[in-house]
Design a protein around this ligand. Structure first.
Ligand code: NAD
Length: 491
């Protein structure tokens, strides 16, 4: 054995390297003690006179007081958006494009501050908020800035027109990125918005209000109302909204659909998922292991398109699981602001309880659980990376969305069986295929009922590429030219 090979082997078996902590400075962001609502271009106190506290999930430390918007506050925001629409919709599209472009540039300039805020409020590792959430959020505004004055070309001969006031509700897993996915296309098409962030992660949306001021977004074009699910329900119920766009759980998505039944309000729903990550025996195995880890442990598994079901060809099951366990032992769980952290905090106590309950059901139903040894911080909400083997398709952990760092491993023998098992879910948001054969990727992609299918990669996002689901994962597409269509009517 040569010296280099010997050294590599030693490194490969050495487990986690010790790194000195490399903590991102939190001084870059200062939060107000209290945030009101952002309505008509100003911060206003809630008429509800009600407030709640947002905390950091990694320390349970209170970060700020947040307004809980009631029905009157929501109505006020919708009125402001209506007033804003009268002017904004008549702006020259190239002028609207400039505003979007300015937002994108400011997001880039303030990226570090916003990334730290996102990690503090949501618990995700700084390397993800810094390298994924923020660049992608800016990219969405750049991308849709480009479309704003080209709508006639996007839909030739169809005379596109804005819808009016868009009500937009987003979840807590990618707070600023989901905001960008919603606001950028809506504004590019000439609509105004009332956006409601999730109650556990309102801070980056409130900092975004300041970005809007800086970018000279006209009053009423972007309005932000904070609060829990009841605020979202008031927004959907408000008779002044012309469009509803929702990202969140399937359960709430269904409730919104029921609420809008009989009303002529277009709806897009981006809901849950239980994606199959399908690994064939001819794939580049080490590359697949990286894709599997990224697929399920990225953002603590709080990802609607997470590859939470690993379908592995039977002949390589043992070898793959061995490699995977070894790789899992090198994942660092801990302080989201440490640049070495791979897995941060679970977003809330409620989410942690849900993960624990589903993991317990997995062991009770007979699957075999594995977690690498790792020390979890005492304060805050944490869950170690987990895999289940010996999983049956009927197990809850193979059927229900766990939305945490938990992977269920199942096996298959033939491509047909892989397709059948992958499609055996009420969801249909995404899937991954790992194989050396391009023809097999195309063959599989044709048969998988999933809105996004990745080949030899996972969790790749691009503003130019549409994203959305089949079945109970929702309908409508965000991103790309398709993403414009949801915010337009045609004359
Ligand atoms: P959730 O449905 O509980 O909440 C999402 C948002 O809806 C929050 O802002 C919440 O306050 C609001 N809300 C709650 N009840 C409401 C009601 N009755 N009316 C209107 N709004 C209401 O979901 P969550 O726990 O915040 O997020 C996790 C879920 O989101 C997962 O199921 C995940 O798969 C899904 N998700 C999907 C996508 C996608 O693009 N498909 C992206 C991210 C998250």
């Amino acid at each position: 054995m040569g010296a280099v090979e010997k050294q590599q082997r030693t490194l490969a078996t050495a487990g986690t390297w010790e790194y000195a902590p490399s903590i991102e400075s939190r001084e870059i962001v200062t939060f107000e003690d209290r945030y009101g609502l952002f309505i008509g271009g100003e911060e206003v106190a809630p008429r509800s006179r009600s407030w709640f506290t947002t905390v950091s999930p990694s320390t349970e430390e209170p970060l700020a007081e947040i307004a809980q918007a009631g029905p009157k506050d929501v109505a006020r925001a919708v009125d402001a958006a209506r007033e804003g629409f009268e002017a904004w919709s008549t702006w020259k599209p190239s002028e609207r494009a400039k505003v979007l472009f300015r937002i994108a540039r400011i997001l880039q300039e303030r990226a570090r501050e916003l990334a730290v805020a996102e990690s503090l409020d949501g618990g995700k590792p700084i390397k993800e908020s810094r390298d994924v959430d923020l660049p992608l959020a800016a990219a969405h505004f750049f991308y849709y800035a480009g479309w704003a004055d080209k709508l006639e070309y996007a839909f030739p001969g169809r005379r596109p027109r804005p819808l009016g006031v868009a009500a937009q509700i987003v979840p807590w897993n990618f707070p600023l990125l989901m905001l960008a996915w919603k606001i950028a296309p809506a504004l590019a098409c000439g609509n105004t918005v009332v956006l409601k962030p999730a109650e556990t992660t309102p801070l980056t949306a409130l900092l975004f209000a300041d970005v809007c001021r800086q970018a000279q977004v006209p009053p009423g074009v972007v309005n932000i109302v904070t609060g829990d699910g009841s605020t979202g329900a008031h927004l959907v119920r408000n008779g002044g909204v012309d469009k509803v766009a929702f990202t969140g759980s399937t359960e709430v998505g269904k409730a919104i659909q029921r609420e809008l039944a009989g009303r002529d309000v277009p709806l897009t729903l981006e809901l849950g998922g239980k994606a199959a990550n399908i690994v064939f025996d001819d794939c580049a195995l080490d590359q697949a292991v990286e894709g599997i880890v990224n697929g399920i442990y990225f953002n603590q598994g709080h990802v609607c398109c997470a590859g939470s079901r690993l379908l592995v060809q039977e002949s390589i099951h043992d070898q793959l699981v061995r490699k995977l366990k070894r790789r899992m032992s090198t994942l660092r769980v801990g302080d989201p602001l440490d640049k070495n952290t791979d897995i941060g905090a679970i977003n809330s106590k409620a989410q942690l309880d849900r993960i624990v309950e589903l993991v317990e059901s997995g062991t009770e139903e007979g699957a075999e659980v594995y977690q690498p040894p790792c020390r979890l911080p005492e304060k805050g909400w944490w869950f170690a990376p987990t895999i289940f083997t010996n999983v049956a398709q009927s197990h809850r952990i193979a059927q229900e969305e766990i939305f945490g760092p938990v992977l269920s491993v199942l096996t298959f023998r033939t491509p047909d069986e892989a397709v059948e098992k992958a499609n055996n879910t009420m969801y249909g948001l995404s899937a991954g295929i790992w194989t050396e054969k391009g023809s097999r990727i195309l063959w599989m992609a044709d048969r998988l009922r999933a809105g996004v299918v990745w080949g030899n990669t996972f969790n790749r996002f691009d503003p130019a590429s549409p994203f959305g689901g089949y079945k109970e994962s929702g309908f409508g597409r965000e991103g790309g030219r398709h993403g414009l269509e949801a915010y337009l009517r045609f004359e």
